[in-house]
Ligand binder design. Structure first.
Ligand SMILES: [Zn+2]
Ligand SMILES: [Zn+2]
Length: 433
């Protein structure tokens, strides 16, 4: 928290009026961290969340929405309906943080393959902060009016959880009120204590696909009798590297990554086929269309160049929309965060190529949303790496050594959720800002 924070602010006064047993939440965070679960398998995590909400004795709680989704609704008089969202899943990564509460968990994924599991994206921090914010806002319920929804979403890492909750009838069958405003946050490799957001697109959209290339297999010693899919795939991978670098405007944000490449099982056999897994990120819809079309063009041309007689197979495996922050919501958010966090809040961070499915919870209902990032990197380490010009050496999300420092990360995440919710609940409070 910054030296410039003004303690005269009404929001600060409000939050100070509801002190939390922060040690309880640090223990809860360590529990989540030590017991991560893979996407679509968040059963124990959901139980812990539901039990915690029950103890607050204020939320009507619904479980098993779109898989293991959990939603608590606190109806507190007339006013706006605000939805705060956290995601729940871990990643198939073997943790190497060396923390005393590091995960040692392995579990079979949805296909039955044993995987190590780690909360390598900070979703454990997201859940903890949202539960703590739920308690704070419950304690403060004499001071605001409206309906608070706390939503815990499964399977964010697969990009399917938000849509699964909507498809399961979140706002219809499960009768969760349609929110006026949808808010969410993500802990990032930024300086702990800092918070950042931006008007418009804060996070790029993502598309993933699997492509099968068909060759003709045979004996490793007789390549002239085959069409080698490994060589074909190698050409495709190299040629795809020219797509962003040679075909997309350098001022436009886009990424193309070949994340998987599989051909054959052994040294002396040429395989029949190869499979390539591709992930793209884009901000402009035209760029997305161009990337998708150019991938097809390159793959088809390389297959033809190799003499393949069977057309390649394209299968889209994932789509995440752009996360676009609503303009009018951002005015309220920027006012409240600037007042509460002072210089620790940056209202114009760069758009990131990391993607989220969060916005589906709002856009599916034609409602606006706003999202922000906050820092999890210990201040001393951050400042030192910054001085050395080595910021990118700090282990970031999705790496085996990603380890947010518990404080001030947790307090910042809790306060950001509470400040945002209070600002959107209380029009009078908005006017006073
Ligand atoms: Zn992630
Ligand atoms: Zn994440």
């Amino acid at each position: 928290m910054g030296s410039n924070r003004r303690f005269t602010s009404s929001l600060t006064d409000l939050l100070l009026a509801a002190p939390l047993d922060i040690e309880k939440y640090e223990a809860l965070y360590k529990h989540f961290h030590e017991h991560p679960e893979l996407s679509n398998l968040e059963a124990e995590t959901a139980k812990t969340i539901a039990a915690h909400l029950l103890r607050l004795q204020a939320f009507k709680t619904t479980t098993n929405i779109g898989g293991h989704g959990v939603v608590g609704v606190l109806e507190n008089g007339p006013g706006k309906t605000i939805l705060l969202r956290a995601d729940m899943d871990g990643l198939p990564i073997l943790e190497e943080t060396g923390l005393p509460y590091a995960s040692k968990v392995t579990m079979p994924d949805v296909e039955g393959v044993m995987r190590p599991v780690m909360h390598a994206c900070g979703h454990d921090m997201h859940m903890t902060c949202l539960l703590a914010a739920a308690e704070t806002l419950t304690k403060l319920r004499q001071r605001w009016s409206g309906t608070l929804i706390v939503l815990f979403q499964p399977a964010e890492e697969r990009g399917t959880g938000a849509k699964a909750m909507i498809d399961d009838g979140l706002y219809e069958r499960h009768k969760i009120p349609v929110p006026d405003f949808v808010l969410g946050q993500h802990v990032m490799a930024m300086r702990a204590g800092s918070v950042g957001s931006k008007m418009g697109t804060i996070m790029a959209g993502a598309d993933s696909m699997k492509i099968t290339l068909f060759g003709v297999g045979g004996h490793g010693s007789q390549p002239h009798r085959t069409i080698d899919p490994a060589v074909m795939a190698a050409h495709v991978v190299v040629r795809l590297q020219t797509l962003v670098s040679r075909e997309i405007n350098p001022g436009d944000i886009s990424v193309l990554t070949v994340g998987s490449l599989q051909a054959g099982q052994t040294e002396n056999v040429i395989a029949d086929s190869a499979e390539i897994g591709i992930d793209i990120r884009s901000v402009r819809p035209e760029t997305r269309e161009k990337l998708l079309a150019s991938i097809r063009r390159i793959v088809k041309a390389e297959c033809e160049a190799s003499g393949s007689t069977v057309a390649p197979l394209f299968k889209m495996t994932r789509h995440l929309p752009n996360t676009v922050n609503d303009e009018s919501m951002m005015k309220t958010l920027v006012k409240s965060f600037s007042e509460y966090f002072g210089d620790d809040f940056d209202a114009n961070i760069p758009t990131t190529t990391i993607s989220e499915d969060f916005s589906i919870l709002a856009t599916s209902q034609g409602r606006p949303c706003a999202f922000w990032h906050w820092g999890g990197i210990e201040e001393g380490l951050w400042d030192q790496r910054l001085k050395e010009g080595r910021i990118d050496d700090i282990p970031a999300n999705h790496t085996a050594r990603f380890a947010p420092v518990i404080q001030p990360t947790m307090r910042t995440g809790i306060n950001a959720l509470c400040v945002a919710a209070l600002a959107f609940f209380d029009e009078k409070l908005q006017h006073r800002l």
